[in-house]
Design a protein around this ligand. Structure first.
Ligand SMILES: Cc1ncc(COP(=O)(O)O)c(C=O)c1O
Length: 390
């Protein structure tokens, strides 16, 4: 049909949602879903109870403000952002419907078709797809075990002075697991000020940290007001709430608020109340500490199995947090062919790495997620992957 806008031609089916993954008995290392066992069921049901019993249900069923529920934004500033290392105020926070909406709004606010966006290569597929629908030309900066290559970033900024923003995932990056060094965080904040370019800092995994070393976000070094921080409860609480948020300078945040007004008007009032009561009645620090332990165990189980069952020709970096192990296959091996083989004959799935590269120029990487596979099934799944690789 010719009535569609041209952006429809750029829609693609994400490799993260492949029907092959849903076969019965499949050991799946595909989706970056949290383990449902970490959902705080009794705390959320207490939050429901408080909502019903406090007589605020009418308010929770009513329209709310576009920025989001004031008391929730206050709690985010005073508790969650403080714990993350950002000193901020309620007025600098807008609630989003998941942080995916923050990514989408960033594309809508800054990108005209044909514009340049700078990101990591590889990077989060969901962001790449969103930028592509907006018509962005994504330039990838190689990501190393300590974050973006800063020299390459600076050269790209020099060459593309009209680039619209830098998109980065400093903490336990999706898909590589990379944890950006303190030096690079400071350098990126400085480059944002020097080049006057916004930085979209996407931080869904910042609290899923296994190392003692807690590095402050780029936002905490933001002297120019150019850093836009995106976060979410999807990995620390439960993704079904769809509560994320944007923390930005007020002049930038106002634009996001106006855009949200034209999009979904506001995020669900009920979900915001639940998140607010959750934060009011629980200990956030203890929460993230316990969630870390769950994923640390899974990470360790997967790494042990990789050491035991995968050939030495496969390389990887042990992630210090997050949900993923990023495997480099021998150069002539094809990620999608391997997936077809493992799903057809071994009942094991993963996400092929090629979709994570903006240049679409590498096909010998795969992403394994350990976040939602039963711990007992991880060694068996890796063993089967090892057999398929032989
Ligand atoms: C890097 C990154 N950003 C954003 C998101 C989206 O999260 P949300 O569920 O809050 O929309 C994800 C989800 O996997 C992610 O990995």
């Amino acid at each position: 049909m010719s009535a569609y806008a041209t952006c429809v031609e750029r829609f693609i089916q994400s490799d993260i949602r492949n029907p092959l993954y849903d076969k019965p008995d499949m050991i799946s290392f595909s989706a970056g879903r949290p383990d449902a066992a970490v959902f705080p069921l009794s705390d959320i049901s207490t939050a429901f109870h408080v909502l019903f019993s406090k007589g605020e249900l009418v308010q929770a069923l009513q329209y709310g403000t576009t920025e989001g529920l004031g008391p929730l934004r206050e709690k985010l500033a005073a508790v969650v952002m403080k714990e993350a290392g950002v000193v901020t105020d309620t007025g600098n926070i807008m609630i989003t419907t998941g942080s995916q909406q923050g990514i989408n709004f960033s594309a809508q606010l800054f990108v005209n078709p044909g514009d340049t966006v700078i990101c990591e290569t590889p990077t989060y597929l969901g962001a790449l797809n969103t930028f592509s629908v907006a018509g962005a030309q994504c330039i990838g900066i190689p990501v190393e075990s300590d974050g973006m290559n800063i020299e390459a970033l600076q050269q790209t900024l020099e060459k593309h002075r009209d680039a619209k923003f830098i998109y980065t995932i400093p903490d336990f990056q999706n898909p590589t697991g990379s944890y950006m060094s303190l030096k690079k965080r400071k350098q990126i904040a400085e480059l944002a000020a020097v080049y006057g370019i916004p930085v979209i800092e996407d931080a869904p995994y910042s609290e899923i940290r296994f190392t003692e070393e807690k590095l402050p976000p780029i936002k905490s070094f933001d002297t120019s007001g150019m850093v836009i921080y995106l976060s979410t409860f999807s990995k620390t609480l439960c993704p079904g709430l769809r509560i994320g948020w944007i923390c930005a300078d007020t002049s930038i945040l106002q634009k996001y608020v106006l855009l949200k007004g034209t999009s979904d008007s506001q995020s669900s009032t009920i979900d915001q109340f639940l998140a607010y009561y959750y934060l009011t009645n629980s200990d956030w620090k203890a929460r993230v500490a316990s969630v870390r332990q769950v994923y640390l165990k899974r990470r360790n189980t997967m790494i042990e199995a990789i050491k035991k069952y995968l050939p030495d020709t496969i390389s990887y970096v042990v992630p210090e947090g997050g949900f993923f192990v990023w495997l480099k296959l021998p150069i002539l091996m094809d990620d999608k062919e391997l997936l077809n083989k493992t799903t057809a004959f071994w009942n094991v799935s993963f996400v092929p790495g090629s979709g994570f590269f903006p240049e679409k120029n590498k096909n010998n990487y795969i992403r394994l997620s350990y976040s939602n596979t039963p711990v007992d099934a991880i060694p068996e799944g890796i063993k089967r992957l090892g057999q398929a690789l032989q």
